[in-house]
Design a binder for this molecule. Structure first.
Ligand code: NDP
Length: 501
């Protein structure tokens, strides 16, 4: 396929997904047109051509969305029974399933993810909603042993209106991590998608028409520092959940603190993978390559720091490079493509700067580092890249690059390996390569991270809580934990009189 074939294929695909759909904010159960006449253009990163222009919201529109969400909560949503919410959530999943191909193509075009990966994430998003539909009917309080004249119990209650903000790297999957538990718990939501990839969030909201009462799901696309900030600081928002960068996470927390709204934060990381001398190197090499090159490395839990025992360093490098070679840049619409472009121009420039920085810092670029073949020259592509001779204090080893850049360093003893792995302000995930079960359990306990993979990368089950230690976040998405983050507990004391008759 040459350049012009790719351009034509993308133009056709863009026409197909945008012809019958108008992408606008979604407030109070319908398309919403802000008074201000400002739009953002979302770009197909494989060909750097606009997909569509979306009217952006401002703080007045956030007011309208929060009001719609509050009205829906007071009018009917607060009184819905879990069983009724299950029915609605399942109806929504079925409707979304009927649009799987459309959502997959939208996600692929909007983010540049290879279509196979986009499809997998769209299906995982359905599974997440399905899981929260199942969990909905488990919400219950406790009875507390009190006394003959006292009955005490707890009630689990929703907060009311929750404000939710998602990034561009896993748009539809993140959306379901937020909306699934929030709606199951009985809250209404105002959700802000990222300006760089808002299409599946808007389409998913449109596909909830006539399923949830108007105002239960609201989507306010716009600029983070404007709309996002208005949402997190809004006095009518009782709970905030954010996925994004460490830097913005801090701003979100400050903004929510102004009105004492609790926050759940899923932030970035610089995740280590420790490879012990007994590891099965082809298995572990593959897991680490998946952990840094899946989704072009634009993954929050990317295994971007490989820390290998010095005795097996050369063999590991061979195994890892063999696995890295399977990731080749190509057209995301092609079913055989394993690596697409980076999603945004900013990210493309930032990753290139880190690659230059890695060379300046004295590490050794042993693989990739460039842009691929001419046929992909219109896209924001960067090849899978590997640096060796890396020290933990180099910026490429400390800072989240959020791209397909692997750094490899060595360790000599168990303690040194664990110390190097934990020598980071982040703590989202960590990996362990070993065939020794005792060693795996011991390292899993010693690593400071919210998620640990042993000889693996990739499975994310809706049942398993997902969240970071240290500066990678507060609280969890997924699992029962996340449902609980969207519930508050009330204790009720009831005085019992002696029977009079
Ligand atoms: P950002 O933090 O820049 O943006 C995330 C979201 O926050 C976007 O919707 C953005 O809006 C919005 N935003 C920006 N500024 C503000 C503000 N002042 N107040 C409120 N909202 C704001 O992150 P990226 O979009 O660049 O996403 C990548 C980051 O997300 C990485 O650090 C990655 O590790 C992390 N991430 C973490 C995950 C996890 O589960 N732990 C999962 C996925 C990603 P807009 O972009 O429209 O301006």
């Amino acid at each position: 396929m040459d350049n012009s074939d790719i351009l034509t294929a993308h133009e056709d695909a863009i026409t197909e997904v945008t012809t019958d759909t108008k992408f606008t904010p979604w407030i109070d159960g319908e398309q919403y047109f802000p008074d201000q006449d400002v739009t953002i253009e979302t770009i197909d990163p494989a060909v750097t051509r606009p997909i569509t222009a979306i009217p952006v919201c401002d703080s007045d529109d956030v007011d309208a969305a929060v009001k719609a969400a509050r009205d829906a909560y007071d009018r009917e949503w607060a009184a819905t029974l879990p069983a009724e919410r299950v029915t609605m959530l399942r109806k929504w999943v079925n409707e979304l399933r009927d649009h799987e191909d459309e959502l997959t193509r939208l996600e692929c075009l909007d983010t540049g993810k290879p279509i196979k990966q986009a499809r997998g994430e769209v299906q995982a998003a359905f599974d997440t909603l399905d899981y929260y539909a199942s969990l909905c009917r488990t919400i219950k309080g406790d009875q507390i042993a009190a006394g003959e004249d006292l009955h005490a119990y707890t009630r689990k209650e929703p907060f009311g209106v929750v404000g939710q903000i998602i990034p561009w790297n896993f748009p539809i999957w993140s959306l379901t991590w937020k909306l699934g538990p929030a709606l199951a718990a009985g809250n209404t939501s105002v959700l802000k998608p990222a300006q760089d990839a808002p299409l599946t969030a808007i389409r998913a909201a449109q596909l909830s028409t006539d399923i949830f009462p108007d105002g239960v799901v609201n989507v306010v696309p716009g600029i983070g520092s404007d709309v996002g900030n208005a949402l997190t600081g809004h006095g009518g928002v009782q709970k905030v959940s954010f996925t994004g960068s460490r830097k913005v996470g801090e701003l979100v927390m400050q903004s929510a603190a102004n009105h004492i709204a609790p926050v759940t934060l899923e932030l970035g990381s610089k995740s280590p993978f420790l490879v012990f001398p007994d590891a099965n190197l082809s298995k572990v090499g593959q897991a680490i390559a998946d952990g840094i090159y899946y989704s072009s490395g634009e993954i929050c839990d990317a295994f971007s720091r490989t820390i290998v025992h010095k005795d097996i360093y050369e063999e590991f490098l061979d195994a890892f490079l063999a696995a890295a070679e399977e990731y080749t840049c190509g057209d995301p619409l092609d079913e055989d493509t394993t690596m697409g472009p980076l999603t945004t121009a900013d990210q493309y420039e930032s990753v290139q700067k880190y690659i230059s920085l890695g060379k300046q810092e004295g590490s050794n670029l042993v693989y990739g580092g460039g842009t691929p073949a001419e046929s992909l020259e219109h896209g924001w592509y960067i090849e899978p890249t590997v640096f060796t001779d890396v020290d933990n204090d180099m910026r490429i080893a400390c800072e989240e690059i959020f791209g397909p850049v692997q750094t490899i360093q060595t360790f000599g003893s168990y303690e040194e390996g664990i110390d190097l792995a934990n020598d980071t302000r982040f703590g989202l995930s960590a990996g362990i390569g070993t065939e020794d079960i005792s060693l795996a359990h011991r390292a899993a306990a010693d690593l400071e991270a919210g998620i640990v993979y042993v000889n693996d990368y990739g499975p994310i089950l809706p049942e398993a809580p997902y969240g970071g230690f240290n500066e990678s976040g507060i609280g969890n998405d997924l699992g029962e934990e996340s449902l609980n983050h969207y519930l508050q507990t009330k204790s009720v004391y009831m005085n019992l009189e002696n029977p009079t008759h």
